[in-house]
Ligand binder design. Sequence first.
Ligand code: FMN
Length: 375
Amino acid sequence: MGQEIESQNPPPLLTAYQMGKFELSHRIVLAPLTRFRSFGTIPQPHAILYYSQRASKGGLLIAEATGVSDTAQGYPNTPGIWTKEQVEAWKPIVAAVHEKGGIFFCQIWHVGRVSNCAFQPNGQAPISSTDKRIKISNEVDISTFSTPRRLKIEEIPLVVNDFRVAARNAIEAGFDGVEIHGAHGYLLDQFMKDQVNDRTDEYGGSLENRCRFALEVVEAVADEIGADRVGIRLSPFADYSDSRDSNPEALGVYMASALNKYRISYCHMVEPRMITVGERMEVPHNLLPMRKAFNGTFIVVGGYNREEGNRAISSGYADLVAYGRMFLANPDLPRRFELNAPFNKYNRNTFYIPDPVIGYTDYPFLDAVSYTAKS
Ligand SMILES: Cc1cc2nc3c(=O)[nH]c(=O)nc-3n(C[C@H](O)[C@H](O)[C@H](O)COP(=O)(O)O)c2cc1C
């Protein structure tokens, strides 16, 4: 079967796809990638080159996780989109992607308890669904996380509104849409997962209650900018930052079907095999039940290579495949997939350094002329 797909021309990943009003010329998506290079929460001019290198005509790019408010931050040098200055700084970056014909969504997030008082206004406690501190993290030393403060029920609409305003700001900055970050143990995930959410009000307990906050954000954002400009990322199977669920499949299927009501553009799901943000493992589950439950565009991510991506598309398992580390290291990934060319290897040591060039914009492009001549 693999060989049959390999010989298809064009390969399934390189076929066109209509995502609502967006005409995609291929199925290869840039996954959101935090790079710690936005000093003082302001996206920097070096991001213009970085994103435009990865843009292609009719290709979908998702920008790195971007804070919705001054309580949303939990890492150094990550961008925001709640101030005028941030919006202005995004504009030339978005324009550069559009110049190349790319379609650009902004991933908007609130980290919740994956934070520290030092990142919070007036040194206050980070907010969450709970007042329990993170006890286990595969990624970071847990002493970096402060004990959170449980959001009061009357504060929840204020956070929903922060997402709404951030989405409006993203459109103002020129983005084509937003991806709501509902994955990886951040605030929305802290509400959805039953091993974190210990609330007894209408935002805790049953599956329906735990998903209420995320769905309210979806509704508010869709009302604000139009459902066809909205996607969401979910990782029901992941347990990053101590955020896990006792029945991830039920959670994933519930969310996938509940989302249909809002008619949003896409649902972007992380493969269960992604045990940590950057490692894959073989597991018995897959995303088929969620794919079947969701009526819109279904994007999968997590450990995909060219062959598996082609198979996911040709079998109908997904509409689009997002690539993180491969796209980080190969700015011309769609072109390399098209030519079945070799890849640059990513360097993990430079993922999160503040350097504006090294490990960021210095990954080489394929020399297509000599590559074609050699092959
Ligand atoms: C350097 C780096 C930064 C990441 N930043 C984000 C992020 O901002 N938002 C997010 O949802 N996922 C983030 N992820 C996860 C990726 O989007 C993707 O899901 C993961 O790398 C698995 O895909 P891959 O196997 O193609 O790399 C990040 C991963 C890496 C390696």
